[in-house]
Design a protein around this ligand. Structure first.
Ligand code: FEO
Ligand code: CA
Ligand code: CA
Length: 683
């Protein structure tokens, strides 16, 4: 009998992500109205003629610079794109490619395992529940306690960072986000209407961050955790965090438990993040809205906070999750957290200067004079893309004074939001057909929102801009994007890559229609935007942009792989996290593949004649998403998030047997992949 695919017609993601994932990860964000109902203009409304003469001249200057560097950011490749529309099926087995990408691509598949290229090996680095702190017990699903979980690796690993550890040969410091819990897959017989206090407290302890030192194996890419290392650390829903920067102490951030407006318990829904040049990690608090009950204000609504009970019912066990009792508590989540993993006694900071929204990621780079610039996406349909430019310079070196100074860099500066204007708006018809000039491209403006205590947004104080940043973006007419997720500047070219995962509401009902940066209505597969700051200056107030990839089946004419022949690329859908390898190739992990394959990790050349040649490196098990990719010379590390998260699955009825086989609990885990012959990845 033909098996019906459940929920395909009702899942607004179109079937790529399970309803269970929607429910626990983002609080069913896509089932609700789009929170951005502001009527600010979007790209399609703006004609190229509205560009100021100054910004046109600047954009022209950028084109010249980019051309001199190799590949023009404004010149299209229409003939190649036309050839690509006659794509043939994907043929695996090729090992040529750009340096760093010379491996046989993994074919799309639905195997319940991590599938890697021929000649590569893999192993689990660490699983949910493995003890990392002194005194923490071995994982026992039937006897799990909150106290045990607080000393063990958390659930649903997402962003990963590996930092060097001086003086300890062959060791690195792994920092991981634990975005959310899926109680149905964690607890036997879980009753979602009546969670117990113990279950809730385990979930609190399974959220947050982990720091765990890992040991490299000689002559392979294998990593194993060093349990009880003094740097190992867990931070979770009841750990102390400090609000810093211009909004810290604001009346908007004060609660009855914290009249100072500076001390917060917990970090929630940490999705992607970044690693700073001064050796700290940044962690985006993403779908924090779903943890708060009884929202009532218009600002609660703009952030997607519901007016009733929450999925996990935490409000029954701690009044701070009930906004009727603590209306400001939700203002204390939705920030970028900065953690110093080298100081296990430090209090991590929530940096208010970087604004409050559903922070997906925060990726820093430095200006020529050493000031950090942080790029950030707000992962919601029709929300915005931001950057922060610090006013302070990073101090080099590892002295105590330098470290103390560098831990203040993200407290002073200017927060901007992006506005994008297409150069051929008349050619955008919502189908994804390339414009006559051969590219989805145009210019962009960084609109300042606030600098320190000074607001640049009429009608809002600086504190309001930081706490209600989405509303500030609405007022200044920022561009409504297709879910801006992870962002990564290329260490080679300085160009910035923004993953826009999808937006099936684009052009639907009263929602905005396609524009040149978001060129497909009912966008199921997403796109990657490439941005070049004017004068190559990260602190610039303007940029040029074009789409680098328009994802989907290469046989679909509404896809674009930078003009590379599409019969030679792997199909990709729903780009989410991005990272660079040592050779300047962009690596992309996916969330919610809509082409019938499991999610995976891909590498793509960004320069030279192979620019746009995308190759799949791995796929993940059933129900899982690929997160946190790190590409080192010797190894690729990924977080396998929510394996087995398929509608109808439970502890008793698992949908996946990964990573430990039948009869064992499905466990989100970090995986390392390396070459069997001991050589570097992809050379
Ligand atoms: Fe946590 Fe936007 O994915
Ligand atoms: Ca164009
Ligand atoms: Ca993500």
């Amino acid at each position: 009998m033909r098996k019906l695919l459940p929920l395909l017609s009702t899942n607004p993601h179109g079937g790529g992500r399970s309803a269970l994932t929607c429910r626990f990860r983002c609080g069913d964000a896509c089932f609700h109205e789009v929170p951005n109902t502001s009527d600010n203009e979007y790209v399609g409304d703006v004609i190229a003629g509205a560009l100021s003469r100054r910004s046109m001249m600047r954009a022209a200057a950028v084109v010249t610079v980019a051309t001199a560097a190799g590949t023009s950011l404004a010149v299209g490749n229409a003939p190649a794109a036309q050839a690509a529309s006659q794509a043939r099926p994907h043929t695996p087995g090729r090992t040529e490619g750009a340096r760093g990408l010379r491996f046989s691509p993994v074919a799309p598949n639905t195997a319940d395992q991590v599938t890697v290229p021929a000649g590569y090996a893999q192993s689990v680095v660490i699983r949910w529940g493995e003890p990392i702190l002194r005194g923490a017990p071995a994982f026992d699903a039937d006897k799990q306690t909150a106290a045990a979980q607080a000393g063990q690796f958390g659930y649903n690993n997402d962003f990963l960072s590996l930092l060097p550890l001086r003086g300890e040969h062959g060791r690195q410091v792994l920092v991981a986000n634990h975005e959310y819990t899926d109680e149905i897959l964690m607890f036997k017989g879980y009753d979602s209407e009546n969670p117990t206090r113990e279950q809730v407290e385990i979930a609190w302890a399974a959220h947050g961050l982990s720091v765990v030192v890992v040991q490299e194996e000689h002559r392979s890419g294998k990593l194993t955790p060093v349990t009880r290392h003094p740097l190992n650390r867990r931070l979770h829903t009841t750990s102390e965090f400090e609000l810093t920067g211009p909004a810290a102490g604001s009346p908007l951030l004060r609660t009855s438990a914290d009249p100072s407006g500076r001390k917060v318990l917990g970090t929630l829904n940490n999705c992607a993040g970044g690693t700073t040049p001064w050796g700290t990690t940044l962690h985006g608090e993403e779908n924090f809205n779903q943890y708060f009950a009884n929202g009532s204000s218009p600002t609660d609504k703009r952030y997607g906070i519901g007016s009733g009970a929450t999925e996990r019912k935490w409000e029954r066990f701690d009044r701070r999750f009930d906004l009727k009792q603590e209306p400001n508590e939700a203002h204390r989540q939705g920030w970028v957290v900065e953690l110093d993993p080298y100081d296990p006694d430090s209090t991590p900071k929530k940096r208010t200067a970087l604004g409050r929204f559903k922070h997906e990621a925060a990726q820093p780079r430095l200006t020529e004079d050493g000031r950090p610039v942080v790029y950030m996406g707000d992962d919601e349909r029709f929300d915005y893309f931001y950057k922060f430019v610090s006013s302070k310079r990073m101090k080099k070196g590892n002295s105590r004074a330098a470290r103390e100074h560098n831990l203040t860099l993200l407290d002073e500066g200017t927060l901007y939001v992006a506005k994008l204007t297409g150069d051929t708006p008349q050619d955008i018809d919502g189908t994804g057909k390339l414009p006559a000039d051969g590219e989805f491209d145009g210019s962009g403006q960084w609109i300042p929102l606030a600098t320190g205590d000074v607001s640049h947004v009429p009608g809002m104080t600086a504190e309001e801009v930081y706490v209600f940043t989405r509303l500030a973006g609405d007022k200044v007419g920022a561009t409504k994007m297709d879910r801006p997720e992870d962002v990564e500047p290329s260490p080679r070219t300085g160009r910035v890559y923004v993953a826009l995962t999808n937006n099936t509401n684009r052009g639907k009902g009263t929602n905005p229609g396609a524009d040149e940066a978001n060129p497909r209505n009912l966008n199921k597969h997403g796109q990657i935007l490439e941005l070049a700051e004017h004068w190559d200056d990260p602190a610039s107030d303007g940029f040029a942009w074009r789409l680098f990839l328009v994802a989907g089946d290469p046989n679909d004419p509404a896809t674009y792989y930078s003009g590379f022949p599409k019969e030679k690329v792997s199909p990709i859908s729903c780009p989410d996290n991005v990272a660079f390898d040592p050779y300047g190739n962009l690596w992309i992990s996916t969330d919610g593949n809509q082409l019938g394959s499991h999610d995976g990790l891909f590498g793509v050349a960004t320069q030279g004649e192979r620019r746009g040649e995308l190759k799949q490196f791995l796929t993940v098990p059933k129900g899982a998403e690929t997160c946190g990719p790190i590409i080192q010379d010797r190894r690729v590390v990924v977080a396998v998030q929510h394996p087995g998260e398929i509608d109808g699955a439970s502890v008793e009825k698992p949908a996946s047997v990964w990573p430990d086989g039948p009869g064992r609990l499905v466990r989100p885990s970090v995986v390392a992949v390396w070459r069997r012959d001991g050589r570097d990845i992809g050379v």
